[in-house]
Design a protein around this ligand. Structure first.
Ligand code: PEP
Ligand code: MN
Length: 357
């Protein structure tokens, strides 16, 4: 008797489960409709006031036996799942999001041969900052010897302290251009502000947006209007989602040629400047079709671990490596602790070339 009663009650629970399932999915469909309206209105998905109102409504209507606290906990879970679904749907629609496993943005430089993101491993190297013609010429010669095509030529330095070296400005860009032309290389240089775009276009082949400007939407939108590729660095405290939305600003404004560069993330660790999160590289490659370059210099902040860091970058599935090189690092005007000297750079390149199959 008890056995058959149990079976009957369990049957009732099963039927209610199915009704709940049906209702939950009905609710999810309405939430999807709400997402469409919110997208048209340009508002965000998360509305804490609306969530609080819904919880109050439920509390008032609750006749038990579940306590108000239990009901609120259950519904909060439903709200969380709805929000996650809205965010995932929104991400799936963005232009930088990977739509198929073989989708890849390949950036072809004007020579038609230098490509980024085509499966080759790109080297983007050079000094932290342009300091003089002689310094840049020495570095460029060393890069050229290893077939490097993309040369860092930073004329504007966004330093933490206003009292630190701020860069040579346009004079520096002139030096970078003439040295790059001498060795048949491309200039990659960091732009600080939208007002510099026209001036930069005279000297620079790839525009670089640094960590501090990753969310400068006005600059990003303006770089969406130029024809040169843009390399975008993850911000000092940005999530991967925010990083990809930064890239989306450029691509959605009309420039599909965007490269991501990662400097690692800030953690509690003090023996490295930042922490190079290899998982981020893998996730970026999975989530986006844009090429990913690994900055081993600013993520480590020290030159003595450059080789293992570079090996990890190569093995991680990244599309390239960024490392700083200086003829005499101890006297460099910026980032003296992390730049490689020319001999160390030779060793790093020889080591990596041996690793490449
Ligand atoms: C740089 O790479 O030149 C630089 C300034 O690094 P970050 O933007 O990561 O500080
Ligand atoms: Mn630097």
């Amino acid at each position: 008797m008890a056995e058959s009663q149990l079976q009957e009650l369990r049957g009732q629970v099963d039927r209610i489960n199915l009704q709940l399932l049906e209702l939950l999915n009905q609710r999810a469909k309405v939430v999807e409709e709400i997402s469409k309206v919110q997208a048209q209105m340009g508002t965000g998905f998360y509305d804490p006031q609306r969530e609080a109102d819904m919880l109050t409504q439920l509390e008032m209507a609750n006749n038990g036996p579940f306590s108000n606290e239990t009901i609120k906990a259950l519904f909060r879970e439903i709200f969380r799942a709805s929000l996650a679904m809205q965010e995932k749907d929104a991400r799936a629609k963005i232009l930088v999001q990977r739509k198929s496993p073989d989708q890849a943005t390949v950036i072809t430089m004007p020579d038609g041969v230098t490509k980024i993101g085509d499966g080759s491993f790109t080297y983007l190297t050079g000094s932290c900052a342009i300091e003089s013609y002689e310094q840049m010429d020495q570095v460029a010669q060393a890069l050229h010897k290893h077939g490097v095509k993309l040369m860092r030529g930073m004329a504007y330095k966004p330093r933490t302290s206003p009292y630190d070296y701020q860069g040579m400005g346009e004079e520096g860009l002139k030096i970078a251009r003439s040295v790059a032309d001498k060795y048949g290389m491309y200039v990659v240089s960091e732009i600080m502000d939208k007002s510099q775009i026209d001036m930069f276009a005279d000297y620079v082949d790839i525009f670089w947006v640094g960590a501090r400007n990753m969310q400068n939407s006005f600059l990003l939108k303006a770089l969406g209007k130029i024809k040169q590729p843009v390399i975008l660095k993850n911000g000092i405290a940005s999530t991967l989602e925010e990083f990809l939305y930064g890239a989306e600003y450029i691509v959605s404004s009309g420039n599909p040629n965007v490269i991501l560069i990662t400097r690692g993330i800030r953690t509690f660790e003090k023996w490295t400047r930042n922490t190079l999160d290899l998982g981020a590289i893998a996730v970026l490659k999975l989530e986006s079709h844009l090429p990913v370059i690994v900055d081993i210099s600013h993520s480590a902040g020290r030159r003595d671990i450059a080789i293992p860091m570079a090996k990890a970058a190569l093995a991680s599935g990244a599309d390239g490596l960024m490392v700083e090189v200086h003829p005499n690092p101890p006297v460099a005007m910026s980032d003296a602790k992390q730049q490689l000297d020319l001999k160390q750079f030779d060793t790093l390149m020889d080591t990596l070339k041996k690793m490449k199959i």
